[in-house]
Design a protein around this ligand. Sequence first.
Ligand SMILES: Cc1ncc(COP(=O)(O)O)c(C=O)c1O
Length: 285
Amino acid sequence: MAGTIEAYVNDRFLPLSEARISVEDRGMQFGDGIYEVLLIHGGYPIFLAEHMERLERSARGIRLSLPMSRAGIGEMIRALVARSNRATGIVYLQVTRGVQPRSHRVAEGTVPTLVAYTRDLPAHLPVESCVTLPDDRWLHCDLKTTCLLPNVLAKEAAAQAGADEAIFHRDGVVTEGASTNVFIVDDHGQIHTHPTGPWILAGITRQVVVRIAQERGFALSETPFDLDQLSAASEVFLTSTTAHVRPVNRIDGRLVGSGRPGPVTQRLMEAYAEVIDSEASVMSR
Ligand SMILES: Cc1ncc(COP(=O)(O)O)c(C=O)c1O
């Protein structure tokens, strides 16, 4: 059952309907900020340590000092989820460089704005259809910044083509989805996903799936693959905090394999579901 929507803005818990930030916030004017989306599962925010580590990495990457310690932010998130009283959902957390009269230069003494709130999990289809598009983003895709315009436009282009997700490629090398990481399974059963680095976001779900695959004896290589390998793949799946492990049945209008979720994808979907259950029970202790 959905709980209430709770928010936190700069030291204060309040209902989302009352949450406000200034029109002069640098996040709004310059996209000068970073964010995280965490899964609430079994009543707890899961993979909290991994998300906090990535938040710190993004903060360092844009030379932003977080307004609270990692432990302080973690505690706030736990309190927010407890107050929102929901078994499932998401926490959206954003830190921007703060409020000042508009200027590209950062004014000395500007205090970062920290906003967080809970929401229901967005609805996902059981399988996704995708289109491929040139990746026209910058070279710091490893930083989870709020500058998401290329991703937004790619999602719109996908929707106009009747698809759910856009898969980016740089000169034919598949990088990631507009809001997901991309995996393929080749006809030898080998799983491939783009290595971490400046071209992709190191997804938390990706990291967990790579670990599961290694622990459970799947052959997985973090090496780049191209559009030809994508279209020849017997299975393709996407990963993200909200989509979990999601099979792809169609790319650019063509069926992937038989068009039904393949055996490797299904086993990883099940394994991922087990891991998030056990993660929620660890968080409850
Ligand atoms: C561009 C991009 N890649 C990958 C992901 C998946 O990351 P995660 O598994 O941490 O949700 C996201 C999530 O929003 C994303 O925006």
